[in-house]
Design a binder for this molecule. Structure first.
Ligand SMILES: O=C(O)C1=C[C@@H](OP(=O)(O)O)[C@@H](O)[C@H](O)C1
Ligand SMILES: C=C(OP(=O)(O)O)C(=O)O
Length: 432
């Protein structure tokens, strides 16, 4: 049972209808917060994520000497340190946010000083060795306890490296690129799977030059950053919950405004289209390298299944819990393999999805690297547990819309990590 339990009850719905405005993208908000904190000048960031995680990044940047003003109109103003971080007098508290800990470790690594990173109980269990390797190769020293936080980064002069990421992780890629920004020489990084490229776009937006090779990305050290004015696109991973809700009802109709459509994230839309969702993209435009569009969606006549294997899981890793949670309602079932990373997120997302699906009466087969959820099943309302994992809380709220009877979600407040408005918006679009 989650430790700090606020329960939410979700009733079945007849359909979902309406229009939804999403919080700013969590991944982009983290990157803008960090780079704005290092840059020269004052950045103005509209539609910055309301989620707790990017606010952990902002608080860390304040501890490093940046000034953060949260304006009443939702715009966040960040005045950066102009290239040199202040030695923090407190721990850098990353809360629940793996992105904050891993990416910021890379950013501070080239700055002489000692930085102590801490996090909550969940973050303290997550693997940090993956960034220690490359950052130490560049010349930083990193102390971990058994591969985990608390993590002490001893920053200093770094040397560029050539690095091939052994796991598909945008956070690891970002840690290396951010360290490369302050290193001597040109750092080159190769990824087997092309993960989300928000860091590349954000670095360019703040004035850094990067070079893309066929399957590599290079950054020259010693470049300085300049403040930007930007509007953060709506979060496609938050949109996923509503898109999956729309899939559940043939007559559903939703409009999602100003959603981030970066091609390195939008594979999700191909998967949902393959499952039968009708998606029309309107008003597509580009801002600071990021695509933004309005999504008009209608439900599936036949809700088909999906096979999510190979390199695909890495491209939709945060959306897998909700896809699995609605899988019993598909005609053909959903198979997820090659997704072992799910076990080291805010919770063991494979074990927890399986546990909660079973609590709602579904049959599921668990694998070390995924699961198989047969289709053609019904769910009954039940008691599910988020284990303080935001994506799990929201995934099962969506599945509950088509369950028989009401569903109680323990630890529902975890949604605020990425999407504080989630339950209010879900209630608004659910027709009962
Ligand atoms: O770069 C990012 O913003 C993120 C990358 C992914 O993590 P990994 O890099 O660990 O795969 C994802 O799960 C996380 O929610 C956000
Ligand atoms: C895994 C996630 O985030 P992070 O790694 O930043 O904690 C997530 O938001 O699902």
């Amino acid at each position: 049972m989650s430790s700090n339990s606020t329960t939410q009850t979700v009733l079945p719905a007849r359909t979902v209808r309406g229009s939804v405005r999403l919080p700013g993208d969590k991944s982009i908000s983290h990157r803008y917060a960090m780079l704005a904190g290092l840059a020269k000048g004052t950045s103005r960031l509209a539609n910055f994520s309301t989620g707790a995680d990017p606010h952990s990044s902002l608080a860390c940047m304040e501890a490093l000497g940046a000034t953060v003003v949260k304006r009443d109109d939702g715009v966040i103003e960040v005045t950066g340190v102009g290239g040199t971080f202040q030695q923090p007098t407190r721990d850098l508290d990353c809360g629940n946010s793996g992105s904050t800990m891993r990416m910021l470790a890379g950013l501070v690594a080239s700055h002489p000083g000692t930085y102590t990173f801490v996090g909550d109980a969940s973050l303290t269990k997550r693997p940090m060795q993956r960034i220690k390797g490359p950052l130490e190769q560049m010349g930083a020293r990193i102390e971990l306890i058994d591969g985990h936080a608390p993590m002490v980064v001893h920053g200093g002069p770094l040397k560029a490296i050539e690095f091939s990421t052994p796991i598909a992780s945008a956070q690891v890629k970002t840690a290396v690129l951010f360290a490369g920004l302050g290193a001597e020489g040109t750092t080159t990084l190769q990824e087997a799977v092309r993960t989300r490229d928000h860091s590349e776009h954000a670095l360019r937006a703040f004035g850094a030059e990067l070079e893309r090779g066929r399957d590599s990305i290079s950054i020259r050290g010693g470049q300085s950053l300049t403040a930007i004015e930007a509007t953060v696109p709506g979060d496609l991973s938050s949109a996923a919950f509503f898109l999956c809700a729309a899939l559940l009802f043939p007559d559903s109709q939703l409009v999602l405004d100003d959603v981030g459509m970066n091609p390195s994230r939008s594979t999700l839309l191909d998967v949902l289209t393959g499952m039968g969702l009708k998606i029309t993209v309107l008003n597509l435009e580009e801002k600071h390298g990021e695509m933004i569009g309005t999504l008009q969606v209608n439900g599936a006549e036949v809700l088909k299944g999906a096979e999510i294997t190979g390199t695909l899981p890495a491209l939709i890793i945060d959306e897998l819990p909700v896809l699995a949670a609605i899988a019993p309602f598909t005609r053909d079932g959903v198979t997820i393999r090659d997704a072992k990373e799910l076990r080291v997120k805010e919770s063991d997302r494979i074990a927890l999805v399986v546990q909660n699906l079973r609590a709602m009466g579904a049959e599921v087969e668990e694998f070390e690297d995924g699961m198989h959820v047969p289709g053609g099943q019904t769910l009954r309302g039940g008691v599910v547990d988020s284990a303080d994992d935001h994506r799990i809380a929201m995934a099962f709220a969506v599945a509950a819309l088509r369950a028989e009877g009401e569903t109680t979600i323990h630890g529902a407040e975890a949604a605020a990590i990425s999407f504080p408005e989630f339950f209010t918006l879900l209630n608004e679009i659910a027709a009962r």
